[in-house]
Write a new protein. Structure first.
Ligand code: PLP
Length: 424
């Protein structure tokens, strides 16, 4: 365990350290993690199989020799260097990888330092594109309810307005346009409403931004990919850009490399993050088409005015390249399908539990939705008793394990989800 006694470490943590969506001083005692390897976390509550992939990111598991080697090799050469006026091979190779693997037509890459920043950049690109073309009235975003796009300003403005996450800022955030959350199955009447809303607001819309196929932190909802085609057609018809936020869904999680592929649609702008570095380091990216970049270049201010200190960080970029090569160099589709089958079988018993509203599985994502707010402490402890780390929230107990999770551990995670749903 750590050098500090666990009790002392927790007391210092409580007094000094903010946790996500946490109060200060802290009220909930976190587990202390000493190390992580493969799919296992060594914690103050014992060894736990990770059912969360550290919020969708650690797709190859922890302490992976290939990623370790990439990090160590790059560390010996250059851990960081400014990106203004300088460039380097890890960033250029990463950009090339992203362009090659993403839907056809996405050609330019902005390397951001977190998912939220990549969404900020996406919004900036779209707003600036229309300004550059002399249509400065097109400055709003349309999204559907139930979404989550991050915790900085523009992303917060397109999160679910009733999700409770950012209620404090209602009225202060940019005023965006909201459609209802998309139904799971394709409904022509919903598609018509989407089309109508885009047409009605076209003069003020810079872009539509959505999470394709899976709405993650806003409610773990799945919807028909056919809606993405509806959005593409309506955006094209009414001069609105289309942004896909693939930060949670990218790199194979839904069974396709990017969720956009389920609909064979190319967005104008695409955000990726989370699994980009296999969960090792913080990095995200915003990709755009030549049309968007050319439009920006034609403006009065022909540059994209964004350039964070850690932009293009070579260490993160080198690990991201290694993670992508590792993913593409294996039959990842079969691994995700195997996990999907394991979760379908293992989560089926949850349907019979009292208080369970829905059970759904897609790719390496398994969700049990309750008809009540989950008791997070009871549910987390129930999962830990099964030897699994889960982080339920709202009315959801869910898992998105690393793709390297073996069958026995997938079954164990599914048992833990059922136990957490039963006790939470
Ligand atoms: N967009 C989506 C779809 C996400 O799931 C998240 C994070 O959960 C974000 C954006 C924000 O990314 P980050 O937490 O890296 O800022």
């Amino acid at each position: 365990m750590p050098e500090l006694p666990v009790s002392e470490l927790l007391e210092l943590d409580r007094r000094h350290v903010w946790h996500p969506y946490g109060p200060m001083p802290g009220r909930v005692e976190p587990l202390v993690v000493e190390s992580a390897s493969g799919v296992r976390l060594r914690t103050s509550a014992g060894e736990l199989v990770d059912g969360m992939s550290s919020w969708w990111s650690a797709i190859h598991g922890y302490n992976h020799p290939v990623l370790n080697e990439a990090a160590a090799g790059q560390l010996g050469r250059m851990s960081h260097v400014m990106f203004g006026g300088l460039t380097h091979e890890p960033a250029v190779r990463l950009a090339k990888h992203l362009v090659d693997m993403s839907p056809d037509g996405l050609e330019h890459v902005f390397l951001a330092d977190s998912g939220s920043v990549s969404v900020e950049v996406a919004a900036k690109m779209c707003l600036q594109y229309w300004r550059s073309l002399g249509r400065a009235g097109k400055q709003r975003l349309l999204t559907w309810r139930g979404g989550y796009h991050g915790d900085t300003w523009q992303p917060m403005s397109v999160c679910d307005p009733e999700g409770g996450m950012h209620d404090l800022w209602t009225g202060v955030l940019p005023r965006q346009v909201f459609a209802d959350a998309p139904p799971a199955e394709y409904e022509e009447s919903y598609a018509d409403r989407l089309r109508e809303l885009i047409e009605r607001h076209a003069d003020e819309l810079a872009a539509v931004i959505v999470e394709p196929v899976v709405q993650g932190a806003g409610g773990m909802r799945f919807h028909s990919p056919a809606y993405l085609r509806v959005l593409r057609e309506a955006c094209d018809a009414h001069d609105v850009l289309l942004v896909f936020d693939e930060i949670a869904t990218g790199f194979g999680r839904t069974g396709a490399l990017f969720a956009a592929e389920h609909a064979a649609v190319t967005p104008d702008v695409m955000c990726v993050g989370k699994a980009l570095t296999g969960g090792y380091l913080t990095m995200a990216a915003t990709l755009c088409t030549a049309r968007v970049a050319d439009g920006i270049s034609r403006g009065e201010v022909p540059v994209l005015a964004h350039g964070p200190t850690f932009m293009g960080n070579p260490l993160a970029a080198a690990v991201a390249c290694a993670s992508i090569e590792l993913l593409l160099g294996q039959d990842w589709q079969s691994e995700v399908k195997r996990i999907e089958a394991g979760l379908m079988e293992g989560l089926a018993p949850a349907r019979e539990l009292p208080g369970v509203r829905d059970v759904r599985v897609l790719g390496a994502i398994g969700v049990v939705q309750l008809d009540h707010e989950v008791d997070m402490k009871a549910a987390t402890e129930a999962a830990a008793r099964e030897g699994v780390w889960l982080r339920p929230f709202r009315d959801l107990v869910y898992t998105m394990p690393p793709y390297v999770t073996g069958d026995a551990d997938v079954a164990r995670i599914a048992r833990a989800v059922c136990a957490a749903a039963g006790e939470g």
